[in-house]
Design a binder for this molecule. Structure first.
Ligand SMILES: Cc1cc2nc3c(=O)[nH]c(=O)nc-3n(C[C@H](O)[C@H](O)[C@H](O)COP(=O)(O)OP(=O)(O)OC[C@H]3O[C@@H](n4cnc5c(N)ncnc54)[C@H](O)[C@@H]3O)c2cc1C
Length: 345
């Protein structure tokens, strides 16, 4: 019998080496590990001491951590289609798109594509729930990942929170505890890799589990407490009073009622989650569909369709008149940014 590796090994090889992206995969299946905004911790003793005995989930915390390994080729073979580009991974089509639903366009980050897709999936009962990241009720810009099962629950998740949240933990709990089966998950590259690992290694053992993934382009993510303090020090802004934060063309922009404040993103490097410095996946290459702003005009999104499932979903949303799609996408800009991320490691 293959011996499973557990939290101790994860701590030694990933957490203590500052490689944890805080995606939440390790705690998706295990109630002994918890993670919120910092590194994962043990809340109950791990049932295995390395190599000694098997745990009830067979060391899934270590096995599925995307920083331990992500079997890209196997995931591509199992889930994705199209041609492979060196910069952005497998794709069937790349386009620019924007929502036609003004109530979504008014609250979304860019083209409102992500929220429009999720709204369609929920309203037409294509999924039981959407794993999204909204804002904490107490501190308005502290991210909080949760399962939205209705449009009402979904809408507050629109817009980017540039700080990490354990999205994959919520997916695991939704499936294992709430017994939801058909899920759609939104996350950055590391979160998509973690959820793909679970799909490949664990969820395929269950009947009817069906996960669709929407990836977000991501150059880096930031630690909430550090970003909050930095913004206060640089601009004397109360983070709680932000209206919108945005990263575009190398600038980090913060809007409040009083005005707009901006600085080059590189001024915020001391707030970046350490693991992001080692990441090469700008476009969330393993998602069914990836979405970001780079390559598209203001208030539009760049859409990378990577699977049959993703293509069907986008076609449905387009056919229903919920999004407008254009070929006017700046592939050079997209490829350049993705290449820069690959070279930055
Ligand atoms: C940390 C981060 C860094 C990013 N960096 C870039 C970048 O460098 N270049 C670029 O082109 N695009 C980047 N994006 C993506 C971009 O900000 C938009 O999310 C994307 O263009 C989709 O826009 P939309 O209007 O379709 O999304 P919306 O309809 O507004 O929906 C936004 C979705 O993002 C999810 N979300 C919000 N915050 C988080 C979070 N912290 N973690 C996980 N999911 C979250 C919500 O669940 C929601 O479903 C980044 C996003 C994040 C979260």
């Amino acid at each position: 019998m293959k011996k499973s590796l557990g939290y101790e090994e994860l701590k030694k090889k990933i957490i203590d080496q500052n490689l944890c992206s805080r995606c939440g995969t390790c705690s998706a299946l295990c109630n002994r590990i918890d993670i919120n905004y910092d590194d994962p911790i043990l809340v109950k003793d791990c049932t295995i001491k390395v190599g000694a005995i098997q745990c009830e989930i067979d060391g899934m915390c270590y096995e599925n951590c995307p920083k331990v390994k992500t079997p890209t080729d196997t995931i591509e073979k199992n889930f994705l289609e199209g041609t492979k580009s060196e910069q952005v991974g497998k794709f069937i089509k790349i386009a620019a798109a924007r929502t036609t639903r003004s109530e979504i366009g008014n609250i979304s980050q860019d083209g409102g594509i992500v929220t429009t897709i999720l709204a369609h999936a929920l309203q037409n009962k294509l999924v039981d729930g959407a794993i999204v990241t909204g804002k904490d009720g107490v501190e308005p810009w502290r991210p909080k990942s949760y399962v939205a099962t209705s449009l009402e629950q979904l809408l507050p998740s629109a817009g980017s929170k540039y700080t990490n949240s354990p999205v994959v933990k919520v997916l695991g709990k939704a499936i294992m505890e709430q017994k939801l089966k058909k899920m759609i998950l939104v996350g950055t590259g590391c979160q998509i890799s973690g959820s793909r690992n679970l799909q490949l290694n664990f969820f395929k053992k269950f009947d009817g589990i069906d996960i669709t993934t929407i990836g977000l382009f991501c150059y880096e993510n930031f630690v909430y407490e550090k970003l909050r303090t930095k913004v206060k020090n640089l601009f004397n802004i109360d983070f709680d009073k932000l209206i919108k934060a945005n990263i575009t063309k190398g600038k980090f922009i913060f809007a409040t009622k009083e005005g707009v404040h901006e600085k080059k993103v590189r001024e915020f490097m001391d707030c970046v989650v350490n693991a992001c410095h080692k990441c090469t996946d700008f476009t969330a290459e393993l998602a069914d569909v990836s979405v970001g702003s780079v390559g598209s005009p203001d208030r539009w999104s760049t859409l990378v369709i990577r699977s049959k499932k993703g293509a069907e979903l986008i076609n449905e949303v387009k056919k229903a008149g919920l999004i407008e799609v254009s070929d006017q996408v700046n592939l050079d800009e997209l490829n350049k940014t993705a290449s820069k991320k690959k070279a930055s490691k």
